[in-house]
Design a protein around this ligand. Structure first.
Ligand code: ADP
Ligand code: ADP
Length: 209
């Protein structure tokens, strides 16, 4: 069964700019998806619809076969999806452990250690960590939130290629070992190669390649 299904989705901005047209797609649990597309193709727009941050003009977004409208967008954002960003979006005056405890008070140091954070890094201010370590904290935060879907927008965009490969492996295991549905917008061909399903947004449509 699909966890997230897009049914005839159209989206246009208020100025009339049409960005997405009749998109149909199903996403499953335990799979790692990448979405490729040139700059301006509509990737961020699509991700914001999947996240429940914006509403499609036409069509439905179904979570486990129920339109997310029924329980509401706020419910969807809070319970079904977690976001990972290019610039990590951590709370910069807190430690890694404090950052992940915000979304789940039961989170422990172990939740960070399994992603490769060292003990001395876990209680340091996050700004003293490298970009790669900050992104590990952001992914740990998404995992402890216990939402079944992880949405990431260019999560390796600010990282060198070795660090990027490590982050790709962590995203992959989030899908394959933790059973998450991981959907990543990226320009990286290496990231795409690691995915179970590679999608491309082109001419306002989303297709598997
Ligand atoms: P991508 O993430 O693939 O670079 P975006 O989703 O950011 O693409 O943008 C898709 C298209 O919509 C682009 O042509 C962009 O200029 C346009 N766009 C994005 N945001 C707005 C907005 N708030 N109002 C009008 N047009 C927008
Ligand atoms: P990215 O390509 O990194 O996804 P963009 O540079 O396309 O981001 O967009 C950055 C911000 O500007 C977004 O909030 C987007 O909604 C807004 N934006 C982009 N294009 C337009 C546009 N043509 N009109 C109004 N806002 C836009």
């Amino acid at each position: 069964m699909s966890i997230l299904k897009l049914n005839q989705i159209d989206y246009s901005y208020k100025n009339g700019k049409n960005v997405l047209k009749n998109i149909n797609m199903e996403f499953e649990q335990g799979k790692f998806y990448t979405i490729l597309g040139t700059s301006g193709a509509g990737k961020s727009t699509l991700l914001s619809l999947l996240a429940g941050l914006d509403e499609p003009k036409n069509g439905q977004i179904l979570f486990k076969n129920t339109d997310i409208k029924e329980k509401g967008y706020e419910y969807h954002r809070k319970n079904n999806v977690s976001l990972v960003f290019q610039n990590y979006n951590l709370i910069d005056y807190l430690t890694p452990l404090e950052n992940i405890k915000i979304v789940n008070p039961k989170a422990t140091e172990m939740d960070l250690e399994v992603l490769g954070l060292k003990e001395e890094e876990i209680n340091r201010n996050v700004l003293q960590l490298s970009g790669g370590q900050q992104q590990r904290v952001a992914i740990a935060r998404a995992l402890v939130a216990n939402s079944p879907i992880i949405l990431a927008d260019e999560p390796t965009g600010n990282l060198d290629s070795d660090t990027a490969s490590e982050i790709v492996e962590i995203l992959k295991s989030s899908a394959h070992e933790h059973g998450k549905c991981v959907i990543v917008v990226t320009h990286s061909k290496d990231m795409a190669k690691a995915a179970d399903v590679i999608l491309r947004l082109k001419n306002r449509d989303l297709v598997e390649i």
